[in-house]
Ligand binder design. Structure first.
Ligand code: DQA
Length: 154
């Protein structure tokens, strides 16, 4: 069974009530449940972590990423300025998909750049909660392909 980490950064604990016109009304707990259900079908488990603290997210990545098969991360505002978080992600061997609920390119200019994007395998924006499901499905396929090619190389 694959293990996928779902990591959410600052203010994403308030999904559901936070600026619903931008981020929708689905909560983080509901997104986690959706992924768990999809995971049962895809034989993949999901572990969820959210923090408003940059260092706590970095600690979590350092502790967990080595044994994970993939990471879905919405770094929230850290996307736009945290070199420390980017460095932590750059050191991860497993594939990473960055998700943003909103279309960051259609918003304020300071949101147009993600420091994380260059160290991620893929990037999904503007699809609301669905972006997490799409990231999960894609990541499971990518992780399986990587496992198969590693087995083929042994
Ligand atoms: C966000 C976009 C960020 O710019 C913002 O700071 C967030 C949420 C998104 O999911 O659309 O907190 O990551």
């Amino acid at each position: 069974m694959l293990t996928i980490l779902l990591i959410n950064g600052p203010n994403l604990n308030t999904l559901g009530t936070r600026e619903p016109a931008i981020y929708g009304t689905v909560t983080l707990a509901q997104i986690f449940t959706l992924l768990q259900k999809r995971g049962e079908e895809l034989d993949a488990s999901v572990e969820s972590f959210q923090s408003n603290h940059e260092g706590a997210i970095i600690d979590y990545i350092q502790q967990k990423a080595e044994r994970a098969d993939g990471i879905i991360i919405n770094p929230g505002a850290f996307s736009h300025y945290s070199i420390a978080l980017r460095d932590a992600l750059a050191a991860v061997k497993a594939p990473i998909i960055e998700v943003h609920l909103s279309n960051i390119y259609a918003r304020e200019e300071f949101r147009h750049r993600s420091l994380m994007a260059p160290v991620c395998k893929g990037h999904i924006v503007g699809m609301g909660w669905r972006g997490y499901v799409l990231a999960f499905e894609g990541l499971v396929e990518i992780a399986r392909e990587q496992q198969q090619s590693q087995e083929g190389n042994v």
